[in-house]
Design a protein around this ligand. Structure first.
Ligand SMILES: C[S@@+](CC[C@H](N)C(=O)[O-])C[C@H]1O[C@@H](n2cnc3c(N)ncnc32)[C@H](O)[C@@H]1O
Length: 207
């Protein structure tokens, strides 16, 4: 089972230093990250990408050549659907990239679609973190890339996965991840504040 200590964790500044040193072609993890960043900048005409939970950023992603999906109809996404049942919604389209952009991730067993919001008095839509990985595996080509932008503050906030608990699921669902963090969250004081994390993962096999 792959644990957090077994995977590459880069801070944002290490990531940009490695890039500027030309590690892009010689380092597999850096080239994976870099390829994802290129796709986020503009989707190659021969590739297909889907943003989950695009919300109000839908026009931004459409302009960059991405398809979009959200549960709520008001965003006029390519697909209006619950990402927990992603593969039913998008059919057997095979994607090269899937981005989960700050979608509320439910780390609770059973994965209800709704989680209690931060103030506790309303429910907001959410995507089960294991549903995300299972469904992304179904719609991606082998070798396809999954990007998950979220935050980690060691479980003190609803709707975010804790990196130690989340990491092993990637292997279970056929992915090999690298993690880029805004600050080194292995320092306890830093972690309490909440750290931006981006998972870049390659689909290595079908389920
Ligand atoms: C925090 S907003 C992020 C919006 C935008 N991506 C951004 O980064 O500003 C989360 C979005 O995910 C959508 N969402 C939450 N759970 C979902 C689900 N199960 N299926 C599809 N969309 C979902 C919400 O409707 C909302 O638009």
């Amino acid at each position: 089972m792959t644990e957090l200590r077994d995977i590459r964790v880069l801070t944002k500044s290490e990531d940009s230093t490695l890039n500027s040193e030309g590690a892009r072609f010689s380092d597999k993890d850096i080239s994976l990250i870099d390829e994802c960043k290129d796709a986020l900048e503009r989707m190659d005409v021969n590739k297909k990408g889907l943003v989950l939970g695009a919300g109000q950023n839908t026009p931004h992603w459409m302009a960059k050549g991405w398809e979009t999906l959200d549960l709520l109809p008001e965003y006029n996404t390519t697909f209006i659907a619950d990402a927990n049942n992603l593969s039913n919604a998008v059919g057997d389209n095979k994607y090269d990239f899937v981005l989960a952009e700050r979608i509320t991730l439910n780390p609770v067993a059973g994965d209800p679609t709704l989680v209690r919001g931060p103030s506790g008095d309303y429910f907001e839509p959410a995507l089960g973190h294991n549903n995300l990985l299972a469904e992304a595996n179904r719609i991606l080509n082998t070798g396809g890339r999954l990007i998950i932008q979220t935050i980690d503050n060691a479980g003190m906030q609803v709707g975010v996965p804790v990196a130690e608990q989340f990491t092993p699921f990637f292997e279970t669902y056929g992915f090999k991840p690298v993690l880029v963090v805004s600050e080194d969250f292995r320092i306890p004081e830093v972690r309490k504040k909440g750290v931006e994390v981006t998972w870049y993962a390659e689909k290595v096999h079908d389920l």
